[in-house]
Design a protein. Structure first.
Lengths: 180, 241
């Protein structure tokens, strides 16, 4: 998962505090291994340093002060760029692909072009590996096969996701919780 | 060795302009209330291998059948070698399928009573080639598919992979301009499927034969030069023509 892009996507929905961001990142992207608070705050500091988020307000109620962040135009552009660019296809991409699809739904971007672009990039890489296998030694060929099967698994997951995107959209956008 | 070092130049040379041997424009096809094709454009260059992918029921087999002259589209046009074929009569389309096209289906569809040699010779005999010549060419085609020694076996006495290679030999024996393959490895295990695809792509590689492969298997699509995604009767994706 790319925590900076997950944070940008959640901020595109509206300004949020670090605490809310941590809770939502865990809920949507890392339900089985929660992200540390420190990672959220350090990510926000880096994004602020790069002009992708800005401080939107500071609230001082009981307890520590709470800083609220908002996405900037530059942050939206970065999110557009990241979601729209196919990842370099290598095995074990599911987490990043999953983040992209959920972010696209959360920020109401169309999912089909993302899936098509990722599928195309995967098939291009699989073509290279298939061509390589024809001339490679058996050990290298088997290594190529290993990569081909894993890339194929990613593609099957993408196809399943594309088929279930409307269900996923309902599930992700259902307002079971609202930010504080 | 890491995966990042597994890299070769793209097998497709997209810089050489080649004519489209097969082209379809704005194809529509309905079956009762089902709108199977909703305005698909398609192009196949000589020597090009194109994979048609998409979910079940998306219209990919209907597209293949319209391109191959098996079905007539309701509207739109299909041209082969510069000539409209969608408005030809059944007899002319049948002749075209026999002489210019080759077919490979998921389950081979070999004639069970005939030997491998007789199955492969069949399209030539139907085209009035003399039996002696037809069987000679069929034997060559079987040998090219690695089936030397199996000429006199019947489909029931062969493995699924061998039978499918006989089906590929039969598709190639008439030296067709286009081969249409519908899930050609769908009934095979990974190794047998790989052999079929290696032999099919090697056989067409030097001949200029174009290939349209309908498949849901990414590893099969990876043998193609590009992919066309069919979804809800429309073509999409960066590989679409």
């Amino acid at each position: 998962m790319s925590v900076p892009h997950a944070v940008l996507g959640l901020l595109q929905q509206g300004p949020r505090h670090g605490y809310d961001l941590k809770r939502l990142v865990d809920r949507y992207f890392a339900p089985d291994h929660p992200v540390a608070f420190a990672q959220i705050y350090s990510t926000l500091a880096r994004l602020e340093g790069r002009g992708r988020v800005r401080l939107d307000g500071v609230e001082q109620a009981e307890g520590p002060e709470r800083r609220r962040y908002a996405i900037t135009d530059e942050g939206v552009s970065e999110l557009d760029r990241w979601i729209g660019s196919p990842l370099h296809p290598e095995p074990h991409l599911q987490a990043a692909l999953f983040t992209k699809v959920v972010l696209a739904i959360l920020t109401r971007r169309p999912v089909a072009p993302i899936v098509d672009a990722e599928r195309h990039a995967h098939l291009e890489r699989m073509r290279e590996l298939t061509a390589l296998r024809r001339t490679a030694s058996l050990p290298v060929g088997l290594l190529a096969d290993y990569a081909l099967f894993h890339l194929e698994a990613d593609l099957r997951w993408l196809d399943l996701t594309a088929a279930r995107v409307e269900d996923l959209r309902r599930d992700v956008l259902e307002p079971r919780e609202t930010s504080r | 060795m890491t995966l990042a070092t597994l890299s070769v130049p793209n097998a497709v040379d997209g810089t050489v302009p080649r004519p489209a041997i097969l082209a379809a424009t704005d194809l529509h096809k309905r079956f009762g209330g089902t709108h199977a094709l909703r305005g698909i454009d398609f192009r196949l260059l000589a020597g090009e291998i194109v994979a048609v992918m998409g979910p079940s029921g998306s219209g990919k087999s209907t597209l293949l059948h319209c391109l191959a002259g098996i079905l007539r589209p309701d509207t739109g046009s299909v041209t082969f070698d510069g000539q409209r074929i969608d408005d030809l009569g059944e007899a002319e389309r049948s002749r075209l399928r026999r002489t210019a096209f080759g077919f490979v289906f998921q389950f081979g569809q070999l004639v069970p009573e005939l030997t491998a040699l007789e199955n492969v010779a069949l399209p030539l005999l139907l085209g009035n080639t003399r039996r002696h010549d037809a069987e000679g060419r069929a034997a060559d085609s079987l040998a090219a598919l690695g089936l030397l020694g199996l000429e006199h076996r019947r489909p029931g006495d062969m493995s699924g992979g061998q039978a499918q290679r006989v089906a590929v030999a039969r598709a190639l024996v008439t030296e067709p301009a286009v081969i249409f393959a519908d899930e050609p490895t769908g009934s095979l295990d990974s190794l047998a499927g790989e052999q079929v695809m290696e032999l099919l792509t090697a056989a067409v590689g030097s001949s200029g034969t174009g290939v349209v492969i309908v498949t849901h298997e990414p590893r099969v699509a990876a043998y193609a030069h590009r992919e066309v995604i069919v979804r809800d009767g429309r073509a999409s994706g960066p590989g679409a023509a």
